[in-house]
Structure formats: structure tokens, C-alpha cells
Design a protein around this ligand. Structure first.
Ligand SMILES: Nc1ncnc2c1ncn2[C@@H]1O[C@H](COP(=O)(O)OP(=O)(O)OP(=O)(O)O)[C@@H](O)[C@H]1O
Ligand SMILES: [Mg+2]
Length: 530
């Protein structure tokens, strides 16, 4: 069962208060009662004393009737129950209650104790010990005060008297005072104390409830709501508590904790995102490396095969071309055969071009590197081929990084790569277009050259094949060796070629060459053997 903090605090404090207040009230009432009782006894004692003193002369003159009359009148005073005179033998000689006169005191303990303690008369007993509180026949609480009437000199010397001088006590004046008014006062006082206690208890309880609710419950509820929101992942709402106490400090600490949690969560999310991006980057790098490895292995074995064949074909082909040229230029040659020899020469030249391409592809030519700028090499290439007819309708846009660092490269080989790239670009735009050339540095790792054309683009299914030797989409015009040769050259430089293309929009080739190639080159695996 859930009991709220307020209920617990209120019940606990109220119980403690109740115990203390009841105890306090009890002590208070008891003290008040004792005080009133002492006052009543003292009053009764004084009354007895007054009666004895005022009736003294009447007694000396043996004017008993007059003395009794006086006592009778005092007996009518408010609060006085009755007054009686008792002689030594317990004989009631006078009482304001007529019925008692002439009777003897009963020999009960209370009756004896009135004047004697353990058989001895209470001659010099204190006021308190001479008093007795009891309930009379009507059930009313009364206090009785027994006062000894001493045998004074004037008494036993009086002519009318017969009291012998030896007799010390002549009798007892017993004044019985009603405690009714005292009881009324006490019950009035008790009621007031009870009302006051209840009022105080309620006031204190309500005060506790009010302050606990305001100072503890409300802030705790706010904190609780905030905690629930945090568990749901909402870190934006803060606890607003300006009080300068522990709750305020707790709220501040809580807000700080929320802020730390928020930043930690954001960091974690950021980290997660970065991690995802890094994993994706790494995965694509590994994929690229795998493709490169497969391609390199393919090129190495193909290079060996091609080297053998081209070596064998090159010599007879040179002979064919040479003798075809001789026949073609022989004046004895029938003119009708001139066209045929032209075909032989052109086809032989085509074969020679293929063989040259194959030789380029298979040759293990170690790059002769010296520091050069990619932008400058590109400018040299453009000067070489830019005026060809295929570039007539093409705009060349240059976007070179001015402070592109020099990198160690074999200028001739890189130029060959650029020629291949530019020719491919121009061939993809037979109707003209734009070639944009950009140079830049990438992650302080590579010097990059990007060639973007606005040509026909490369079909998705061909993207994997374009670097393969003899892959071409240019029917009889292409050998399909341009990119594979370029690939080999860039690989031998420790760099890489990346390609992006969209059909009918254009193609972008990025050539990346390391700024510091020492730890990237591995000619043993990258160059095809002869
Ligand atoms: N910029 C480009 N735009 C569109 N397709 C291209 C581009 N560059 C290369 N290709 C595609 O890649 C193929 C292979 O190119 P590669 O340079 O290796 O051979 P080729 O150009 O066909 O022949 P060669 O280079 O011997 O004249 C091309 O046939 C073409 O389909
Ligand atoms: Mg080409």
C-alpha cells in the first residue's frame, strides 16, 4: 500500500505531539487539582481557626448556645458542608447537621485517623495531615479539617469550667468543606485544556501538511515528473525551483544531471552516427581494395599472356606493314589494286595500334618520378591534344587549386593517363559539351585531379568492367585498353582511380595520387610482368 510522505510525516508528528500534549495536559490538570485542593484545605483550616478564635470568649463564659449559634451561621456560608464539635471521647457535642448531635464517631479507620495516627493524637500535626478527602453520604466529594481545641490557661482558670489543667486537648472542631466548586473548576479547566490540545494538534498538523506540501511534496513531485520524462528520453524541460534550501540544491543538481545526460546522449548519438559512417566508409574501402586486388591479379596474369603474344605478333606485323607500304608505293602496281593495299595498310596500322596498346599494358615500366604539379601536367596534355577535331565543340573549364603541392610522378605516364581520360570524355560527347578539370588535395593524403564530362555516361552494368582490358563499347573504334593501361600506371604510382557516372548526364573520373607515396607503392603486386 502506498502511503504518501505527507501522510507519514503528519501521522508521525501528530502522534508524538499527541503523546506529549496529553502528558502535558495530565500534569497540568493534576498540578491544578493539587493546588486547588491545597487552597481548599487551607481555606478550611483558616475557617476552623476563625471559628475557634471567635467562639473562644463565648466558651470561656460558658455561653455555649451563643457559640453554637455562631458556628451555625458560619455553616451556612457557601461551600461549607457542615461543622461539628467533637469531645475527647468522640461524642459529637454540636453539629450544623442537627441529626448528628449526640452521636459518637464511628470507630472506622477514617473516623479514628481523623485525630490519631497509630494510636497517638495528632497534637502538632501539619494542616495537610489533619485533612481528609472523602465522599459523603450523598456521594459529594468533601474535605474534612480536624482542628484540635487546646486547653489554654484561660480555660482551666475560668471560674465556670471544670477542665483540669492536665488535659491538653479539650476537643476537635471538624470543618467539612464541599469540593463541588473545585470539581467544577477542574472540569472546566480540563475541558479547556482538551479543546486547546485538539486545536493545537489540528493547527500543527495543518501547518505541517501545508509546509510539507509546499516545501517537500511539490518539488519532489516536480522531480518525479522530470525523472519520468528523462526515462522517456526528454531532456529539455528543467525543474524550476528557486528556493535556497536543500530542495533548491537538489533541483539544481538534478538540472545539472539532466544537462550532462543530454550532452552525453548527444555525444553518444553523434558517436553512433560517426561510427555508422566510418563503418560504411571502411566497408566501401575494403570493397574497393578487394576489387582492386582482383583486378590487379587479373591484369598480372593477363599481362604475362599479352606480353608473349604481342612480342610474337609485333615482328611479322612490322614486316606486313613495311611490305604493304612498299607494294602500295610501287609504280608498277595496278591502280585497281591501290584500294586493296590501302585496306591492308590501314588494317595493319590498326593491328599495330592494338599491339602498341597491348605492349603499353603489359610493359613493366617503373615510373621515373620527379616532383611535378598535376595542374601543369594537365595543361601540357591539353596543349598536345586540345586542338584535335574531336575537341572542337567542347568547352574546357579549369578549376585548379592554386597551391596544389608538387608530387613525385612520372610525367610521361601521367600524361598518357590524362590523354586516355580526355579522349574518352570527348568521345562520350560527339555533339560537344563541357569538360571540367578540377585539382585539389584530399584529407592531406592525396593530390587529386577530377575530369567531369557532360557525355552519355556509363551504364550501371558496365561500371565493373570498364577497367578490364579489351572492354569497349566503341565497336571497331576502340581497343578497350585505355582505362586498363591508365589503371596500371596510377596503381604503380600508389594512387587510385574513382569513377561516378549517370546515364545521359555525364561521367566523373577522379585520379588520386599520394602526396607521400613511399608507403603506398608496391610494384611487385601492381605491375603486370612481361
Ligand atoms: N568518359 C566516358 N564516358 C562514357 N563512357 C566511358 C568514358 N570513359 C570510358 N568509358 C567506357 O569505358 C570503356 C572502356 O574505355 P577504354 O578507354 O578502356 O577503352 P576505349 O575507349 O573503348 O578504347 P580505346 O581507349 O582503346 O580507344 C569505353 O568503351 C566506354 O564504354
Ligand atoms: Mg579510351
Amino acid at each position: 500500500m502506498r502511503i504518501s510522505l505527507i501522510t507519514k510525516l503528519t501521522i508521525g508528528t501528530s502522534l508524538i505531539l499527541l503523546v506529549f500534549m496529553v502528558f502535558f495536559a495530565y500534569i497540568n490538570i493534576a498540578t491544578f487539582k493539587t493546588m486547588l485542593m491545597e487552597a481548599a484545605i487551607s481555606d478550611a483550616d483558616k475557617l476552623s481557626e476563625t471559628i475557634i478564635k471567635t467562639t473562644h470568649y463565648e466558651m470561656l463564659e460558658d455561653n455555649r448556645q451563643r457559640a453554637y449559634q455562631m458556628i451555625q451561621e458560619v455553616g451556612t456560608l457557601q461551600g461549607v458542608d457542615h461543622i461539628r464539635m467533637i469531645n475527647k471521647s468522640g461524642h459529637i457535642t454540636f453539629s450544623t447537621e442537627k441529626g448528628e448531635i449526640g452521636r459518637y464517631l464511628d470507630k472506622t479507620e477514617a473516623g479514628c485517623n481523623m485525630c490519631h495516627t497509630a494510636g497517638e493524637p495528632k497534637v502538632q500535626a501539619s494542616t495537610m495531615s489533619r485533612s481528609r478527602v472523602y465522599f459523603d453520604k450523598q456521594g459529594k466529594q468533601v474535605v474534612g479539617m480536624a482542628k484540635a481545641i487546646y486547653n489554654e490557661e484561660s480555660c482551666y482558670l475560668a471560674s465556670c469550667h471544670f477542665h483540669p489543667p492536665k488535659q491538653r486537648i479539650l476537643g476537635v472542631l471538624d470543618t467539612i468543606v464541599s469540593l463541588e466548586s473545585m470539581q467544577t473548576l477542574i472540569s472546566y479547566y480540563r475541558n479547556r485544556i482538551i479543546v486547546l490540545t485538539i486545536f493545537l494538534l489540528l493547527s500543527i498538523s495543518f501547518t505541517i501538511i501545508f509546509f510539507t506540501h509546499r516545501l517537500v511534496n511539490r518539488p519532489v513531485k516536480k522531480l518525479l515528473t522530470q525523472t519520468t520524462r528523462i526515462t522517456r528520453g526528454d531532456f529539455d524541460v528543467l525543474v524550476n525551483n528557486t528556493s535556497r534550501d536543500e530542495m533548491g540544491e537538489l533541483s539544481d543538481a538534478f538540472n545539472q544531471m539532466t544537462a550532462s545526460l543530454k550532452s552525453a546522449r548527444m555525444e553518444l548519438e553523434e558517436w553512433g552516427k560517426n561510427l555508422e559512417a566510418k563503418v560504411a566508409e571502411r566497408t566501401s574501402e575494403i570493397k574497393q581494395m578487394q576489387t582492386q586486388l582482383i583486378r590487379s591479379e587479373k591484369l598480372v596474369s593477363l599481362g604475362r599472356l599479352v606480353a608473349g603474344i604481342t612480342h610474337e605478333i609485333n615482328n611479322p606485323l612490322t614486316g606486313i606493314l613495311m611490305f604493304a607500304n612498299l607494294i602500295h608505293s610501287n609504280p608498277k602496281l595496278d591502280l585497281s589494286l591501290k584500294n586493296d593495299t590501302d585496306v591492308i595498310i590501314n588494317e595493319a596500322k590498326r593491328c599495330a595500334k592494338i599491339v602498341k596498346g597491348l605492349l603499353d599494358f603489359s610493359r613493366e615500366s617503373i615510373p621515373q618520378k620527379k616532383p611535378a604539379s598535376l595542374s601543369q601536367v594537365m595543361e601540357g596534355t591539353l596543349a598536345l591534344i586540345g586542338r584535335q577535331s574531336s575537341f572542337l565543340n567542347i568547352d574546357i573549364v579549369r578549376d585548379y587549386q592554386p597551391d596544389l603541392p608538387l608530387i613525385p610522378i612520372d610525367e610521361d605516364q601521367i600524361e598518357q593517363v590524362f590523354i586516355n581520360m580526355l579522349l574518352n570524355a570527348s568521345q562520350s560527347m560527339p555533339e560537344g559539351g563541357t569538360i571540367t578539370i578540377t585539382t585539389y588535395t584530399d584529407k592531406e593524403e592525396y593530390a587529386c585531379l577530377k575530369i567531369t564530362d557532360t557525355g552519355i555516361g556509363i551504364a550501371e552494368e558496365n561500371m565493373e568492367k570498364i577497367f578490364d582490358p579489351f572492354f569497349t563499347t566503341k565497336s571497331d573504334k576502340g581497343t578497350g585498353l585505355g582505362l586498363s593501361v591508365s589503371y596500371g600506371i596510377i596503381e604503380r604510382h600508389g594512387g587510385k582511380i574513382e569513377v561516378q557516372s549517370k546515364m545521359n548526364e555525364g561521367t566523373t573520373f577522379v585520379i588520386k595520387l599520394p602526396l607521400d607515396p613511399t608507403d603506398r607503392e608496391n610494384p611487385a603486386t601492381s605491375s603486370p610482368a612481361v
